[in-house]
Each structure stands twice: as structure tokens, then as C-alpha cells.
Design a protein around this ligand. Structure first.
Ligand code: KIV
Ligand code: ZN
Length: 386
């Protein structure tokens, strides 16, 4: 049986916490509408008690979108939950995301508390949030470093208290994929009521493992993935939405699917990057400027013979207009011929070597050869005709 994976987008909460990426309410509503069109299941719209702006944004998003669940973050505190409930009052389906630290390091050095006390506070917060009439998701902050037996005890207690979703965050991006996967497996094997809740994975990218950890969590039974567009987020970022979605789409053998309209991925990536003033690194998977650009001679030749030689994703599937052949001093004859032909030139077979030699001289001087460079090159070679 194929499993639906719920995509919980936190671009507007965990993503927006990045310095310099703050958005106005209007901008957040614009992105939320695009997230709805993209097909996400849950939008984490903000942390309502954190500022009046966040409070108003959660209200605005609750009014603006109809399909996705709208979620507001809280600490395990009464005033946070009251404010979140107030902000979510217009949501067609609202969710309060409450929680507390679960690792000893957080319990001791952040909360200056004990395991017993944080567990009690977490259970209280879930019951209080539930009493407001919303769906409730509980996060066990820093679950990636928590003592497993205690984590299981905490998760069992909050599900008993009414949590609909239990989030197991690798808050510090510490875990290795097989060990994060084992954590999720352990919870399925040791929490007696685990099947009464949806298990969610929320990973950070401090060691570059956020996507791998998320996939490991899903393989081990989690059914919700918490992600951001372009992987934007605190420090090294969160798990990238586009990577998780495309991994599940390309690996049908995993038997999981999402409702994401993948052809909208490129557009929303550009929108978020522009509004948050956060450029996407060129080699970023799926949405980076070079994700479908071929520049070395061997690759270009193989790609031109058959695109699947070097592409596992058709660019149209993710909304990219097309692949590109970048001409540099590493390019080969096949790419040069292809590009000249695209510009309308006919190259007599015997002349390609000579044209290529001229091209290399030019390419050694410049980083990239543009169409106008090729026009200039062609103008000096009489055998090239249009
Ligand atoms: O990384 C984290 O633990 C979080 C929680 C607040 C869900 O963002
Ligand atoms: Zn986080």
C-alpha cells in the first residue's frame, strides 16, 4: 500500500527566523497562497506570541488559505497557547504546535528543570491546547539527542493527553541518517499508543544531513515531513521541501507519495528567494541555477545523445523551462556544434575541428561563451553559413 506523506511547510516560521529574511504580513500571505497552490498539507504560519507582526500574519494567512491546515507555534506556556488560539480563530482547520525540550542538555541548561517536570509541562500544554478546540501537534525539542527511553515515555504521555501529531525534531542537525531512522523505529516499537498519532520528522542541516535524515525517518514510519522552500532556516537551514518531494517521486519503490504539484517548485523557489533576499546556491539540488546545466564535454555529448544519460529529472517536471548547455573551455565539439546549429549556422563536417580550435582560444580567455560571443566567432570564420 502506498503511503501519503503530509508536507508541513515551515518556510514562514522556521525559515523566516533567519536574520535578514523577515517578511511583511503581505509578503507572507503571498507566499502562503503559493504554498496552497503548490499543494502543501500544513502551513506553519508563524509563532503568534513572538511579535504583533507574527500574530497578524497568522490571522492573515488563516483567512487567506482554505485547503491547508494553518499552524501556529507555541512554547508549553498558557499565554503562548492563548495567543495562538486567538490568531488561529479564522482558520478553516487550525493546529497548535506546542512542545518542550526532551534532551538532557536542553532540560538541564535551557529549562534548568528535570525530566519529570518537562514531561508534566508538556502533557499539560497538550491538554490545554486541546481544550481550545484545535488539532494539536507536540514537538519534543532536540529529540535527536534525547535519551531514547525518556523520549518514548514523553511521546506516550503526550499522545495519551490528546496530541494528534508528534514531532521528533533533530533540532541541532546532529543525527546520522541510520541512527535517526532507528530513533523513529524505536518509537514505533516502544510507544504503545504510537498508532493513535501521526509521527512527524523535522530535521536541521548542520551536518548537511537534513534531507537524508528526513527520508530515513519516513522509511521508518513517519508520515509527516517538516520542510522549507530552498531549505531555508536557522543556521545551516531546514530540510528542503523540493528535495524530499522529488526523492519520493523518483523513488517509487519507497511506496510514498505527496500531493505536491512539482511543476510549481521552480517558481515558488524563485519567489521565496526574492522576497527573503536569500539567493539560492547555484548547485542546489532541484532549484539551483546549475541543477540542469551541463558544462563538461563528456557530459554534454552524452546529454545531447540522450538526456537521461545525465538527467534523472525532466526539468519540466519541476517547472524549469529547459536544460542548458554551458559553453566553456571544458566543452566539447558536440556542444559547440549543437549551439551553433541552434543559432542557425551550418557547419561543414570537415570544418568542425578548425572552428573548435578558434572556440577554445576564445574560451580560454573567457569564463563562459555566450551566444553573442559565438556570433562574433562565426563572423570571423567564412565557412560558417546561415
Ligand atoms: O528545530 C526545532 O526543534 C523546532 C521546533 C520548535 C519544532 O523548530
Ligand atoms: Zn526547527
Amino acid at each position: 500500500m502506498s503511503h501519503k506523506i503530509h508536507i508541513f511547510d515551515t518556510t514562514l516560521r522556521d525559515g523566516e527566523q533567519v536574520p535578514g529574511c523577515q517578511l511583511s504580513t503581505e509578503e507572507k500571505i503571498t507566499i502562503a497562497r503559493e504554498l496552497e497552490l503548490l499543494g502543501v498539507d500544513i502551513i506553519e504560519a508563524g509563532f503568534p506570541i513572538s511579535s504583533p507582526g507574527d500574530f497578524l500574519s497568522v490571522i492573515g494567512i488563516s483567512r487567506a488559505v482554505k485547503e491547508p491546515v494553518v499552524c501556529g507555534l507555541t512554547r508549553a506556556r498558557q499565554e503562548d497557547i492563548d495567543v495562538a488560539a486567538e490568531a488561529l480563530r479564522y482558520a478553516k482547520r487550525g493546529r497548535i504546535h506546542t512542545g518542550i525540550g526532551s534532551s538532557d542538555v536542553h532540560i538541564k541548561h535551557k529549562f534548568r528543570s528535570t525530566r519529570e517536570q518537562v514531561l508534566e509541562q508538556g502533557v499539560w500544554a497538550v491538554k490545554y491546547a486541546k481544550s481550545k478546540g484545535f488539532e494539536v501537534e507536540f514537538y519534543a525539542e532536540d529529540a535527536g539527542r534525547a535519551d531514547l527511553a525518556f523520549l518514548a515515555q514523553m511521546i506516550e504521555a503526550v499522545i495519551r493527553a490528546g496530541a494528534d501529531v508528534v514531532n521528533i525534531p533533530d533540532t541541532t542537525g546532529y543525527c546520522l541518517p541510520h541512527l535517526y531512522g532507528k530513533r523513529i523505529q524505536y518509537l514505533f516499537e516502544n510507544v504503545s499508543n504510537i498508532h493513535k498519532a501521526t509521527v512527524s520528522v523535522h530535521c536541521h542541516n548542520d551536518l548537511g544531513l537534513a534531507t537524508a535524515n528526513t527520508i530515513a525517518g519516513l522509511i521508518n514510519g513517519a508520515r509527516q515531513a517538516e520542510v522549507t522552500i530552498n531549505g531555508i532556516g536557522e543556521r545551516a537551514g531546514n530540510t528542503s521541501l523540493e528535495e524530499v518531494v522529488m526523492i519520493l517521486k523518483k523513488h517509487q519503490d519507497l511506496d510514498m507519495y505527496t500531493h505536491i504539484k512539482t511543476e510549481r517548485l521552480h517558481g515558488i523557489s524563485k519567489l521565496v528567494s526574492k522576497m527573503m533576499r536569500m539567493p539560492v546556491q547555484p548547485n542546489k539540488a532541484i532549484v539551483g541555477a546549475n541543477a540542469f546545466a551541463h558544462s563538461s564535454g563528456i557530459h554534454q555529448d552524452g546529454f545531447l545523445k540522450h538526456a537521461e544519460n545525465y538527467e534523472i529529472i525532466n526539468p519540466a517536471e519541476v517547472g524549469v523551462p529547459g536544460s542548458s548547455i554551458v559553453l566553456t573551455a571544458r566543452s566539447g565539439r558536440a556542444a559547440l556544434k549543437h549551439r551553433l546549429e541552434q543559432l542557425g549556422y551550418k557547419i561543414p563536417g570537415t570544418e568542425l575541428d578548425a572552428v573548435y580550435e578558434n572556440f577554445l582560444i576564445m574560451a580560454d580567455e573567457k569564463k563562459e561563451i555566450t551566444d553573442s560571443d559565438l556570433e562574433a566567432l562565426a563572423a570571423n570564420i567564412p565557412v560558417l553559413m546561415r
